[in-house]
Design a protein around this ligand. Structure first.
Ligand code: NI
Length: 158
């Protein structure tokens, strides 16, 4: 495994739309392993392919309870939106409130290409939507409804 460089806002790669993953091979597994290592090093909750320069529809997420690898994900449903405090490893130093669902259902493939459905709540639901946005070239700060400027209790980085 190896640490990858996390791209930050201003890098045009982060604004591009990602292509589907078609090969569930060792190369994909190696990239995912690198993503886990890179996210852990950065104390992140989620990390998407484009954040390490890979324009493929995939991300990982870890809310401290569940670890998910979402390949070719699709948000099936969302409910109960609220203003969630958020940050992003690719937008360092910025925190703000974004409208996110308290519950979401996602359909995705795992690293071996097997389809699964996952019902997420709270931080995980927020994270899945945040990461999914990355796959379409959207950064969270474009959705901020209210900036957060205090230093204490910062949101977790995705
Ligand atoms: Ni992010």
């Amino acid at each position: 495994m190896a640490l990858r460089t996390i791209l930050t806002k201003g890098d045009e790669i982060l604004a591009k739309k990602c292509k589907p993953v078609t090969k569930f091979d060792k190369r994909l597994h190696d990239i995912l392993d690198d993503m886990w290592e890179t996210m852990a090093e950065a104390n992140g909750v989620g990390l998407a392919g484009p954040q390490i320069g890979i324009l493929k529809r995939m991300f990982i997420a870890d809310d401290g309870e569940t670890q998910l690898e979402c390949i070719n994900p699709e948000i099936i449903s969302t409910e109960d939106e609220y203003e969630a405090l958020e940050g992003c490893l690719s937008v360092p130093g910025v925190h703000g409130y974004v409208l996110r669902p308290r519950k979401t259902v996602i359909k995705a493939q795992n690293r071996d290409g097997e389809e699964y459905t996952f019902e997420a709540e709270g931080l995980m639901a927020q994270c899945l939507c945040h990461e999914n946005d990355h796959l379409d070239g959207h950064l969270f700060d474009s959705k901020i409804v209210r900036y957060y400027e205090e230093e204490e209790e910062e949101g977790e980085e995705e």
